[in-house]
Design a protein around this ligand. Structure first.
Ligand code: NI
Length: 442
């Protein structure tokens, strides 16, 4: 019989289960537990997970001959106790049927000796090693009310990021129990708008909300900056669109190096404006790369990549939001897999390298002699920043959006400097400045 599995949070998962005596009922309960475990594709199950306050566990899995991992036959143990454990430990990735969707890196002893009773009451002493030792330790933890979320030793992280694109990654690290944020590093506040008010970065505003210490150095190329970071003793520096280059002595600070979330499928579109370059190139797909940083510009080894199809009409703004979410999903698990030895970073291929530069307002100037499709890509690539624009007499008209019609590019939403964005037809009715550039080619 398949039994319902208790999902955390539930008090029974957090208290010590009671010792139990062998009985005929336990025989069929253990059978049902094995059946439930298999149906959920688990490798072990403890009685508290099926709402039974008793010290009973089951475990079993098919081996992996390639990895030299023998199978564990159907096992059911009453009142198991770990009598000895090796000093040697390994970090491995564990999930739990009571914590759906969560995988955490957990240290476990490589070898253990377990004493227990079998279902017929016979006392046994059994040695386990490798994966079996990990499974048994996990299930015995359950009998003691201990979950992997209690057991995880979080990696300490200094996060560096600045724009909206970086916020989802910061949020993911903040919410993940495998990570502990020590400090958020972001660009200095910048004057903005007519009043030149000082504006904080989106990352700074989010860090204030979640109450993580914030540091806004003018430069990372000082001995003070390096010793400031050294004092934090981070396991990782995680960088997402920070805005400054990390010098070699900063990259050397964290125990496990610096890791970057980059918004393209490297080695294509290294550098400052990968998303704009993707839209401008008219690519059909893009993605996110999680990369080990080195001193070069986005030249580090690739930890993981995930692709994303570009939707028709995607602008830099819309694509940026999607890639930010994708990066935020991919980063934590990539770091955990890396540390658990499940991913080996790969050098970037030498072929297919392209670089992007920091954009300026001039990149938004539309050449009306260019093919309509190219103008369309430019308008979408420059949205929201720096914005595509046309000159009409002495005026500058921002083009927010448009479409290709009969081989011509026709704007749909336009804006005169200092005014509100307007529908193109309404704009044309009020326009007294002569021929508009998009009409000139008809
Ligand atoms: Ni579990």
């Amino acid at each position: 019989m398949i039994l319902p599995i208790v999902i955390d949070p539930a008090p029974i998962l957090h208290r010590r289960a009671r010792p139990v005596r062998p009985s005929a009922e336990l025989l069929s309960l253990a059978d049902s537990m094995l059946e439930t475990m298999r149906a959920s594709r688990g490798v072990g199950l403890a009685a508290p997970q099926i709402n039974q306050d008793i010290r009973l566990l089951v475990a079993a899995y098919a081996g992996d001959s390639e990895a030299g991992e023998p199978a564990l036959p159907d096992t059911a143990l009453l009142n198991p106790r770990i009598m000895a454990r090796s000093k040697e430990q390994s970090l491995g990735l564990e999930g739990c049927l009571s914590l759906p969707g969560i995988e955490l890196p957990i240290w476990r002893a490589d070898r253990i000796t377990v004493e227990a009773e079998l279902l017929d009451g016979q006392a046994v002493s059994q040695k386990y090693h490798g994966f079996a030792a990990r499974v048994l330790q996990h299930e015995i933890d359950h009998l003691d009310g201990v979950l992997i979320t209690d057991r995880v030793e979080p990696f300490s992280v200094v996060f560096m990021g600045t724009p909206e694109f970086a916020v989802p990654t910061l949020a993911a690290l903040h919410q993940h129990s495998a990570f502990r944020l020590l400090e958020v590093v972001t660009e200095t506040d910048k004057p903005s708008g007519r009043g030149q008010r000082m504006i904080s970065s989106p990352v700074k505003r989010y860090a204030e909300q979640i109450k993580i210490p914030i540091w806004q150095p003018k430069s990372l190329k000082t001995t003070e900056a390096v010793s400031h970071l050294q004092a934090l003793q981070p396991d990782f520096i995680i960088v997402t669109a920070y805005g400054k280059i990390l010098p070699a002595n900063v990259l050397a600070v964290p125990k496990h190096g610096a890791i970057n979330v980059h918004a393209s499928l490297l080695p294509r579109f290294r550098g400052a404006s990968p998303i704009q370059a993707t839209v401008l190139a008219g690519d059909a797909e893009t993605g996110v790369t999680i990369m080990q940083m080195d001193v070069g510009l986005d030249t580090g080894s690739i930890i993981s990549q995930e692709k994303l199809l570009i939707a028709q009409g995607d602008s830099t703004g819309s694509l940026s939001a999607k890639l930010a979410e994708l990066g935020a999903r991919l980063l934590p698990i990539s770091v955990i897999y890396l540390l658990s030895g499940l991913i080996v970073p790969k050098k970037q291929p030498k072929k297919g390298v392209t670089e992007t530069h920091r954009l300026n307002k001039e990149d938004g100037r539309i050449d009306w002699m260019a093919p309509a499709e190219q103008i369309d890509r430019q308008v979408r690539a420059m949205n929201p920043w720096p914005g595509a624009w046309a000159e009409a007499g002495a005026e500058r008209i921002l083009i927010h959006s448009g479409l290709v019609k009969d081989g011509r590019y026709v704007p749909t939403v336009v804006q005169l400097a200092g005014r509100n964005p307007a529908d193109r037809r309404a704009f044309e009715r009020g326009w007294r400045g002569g021929t508009l550039p998009w009409a000139a080619k008809s």
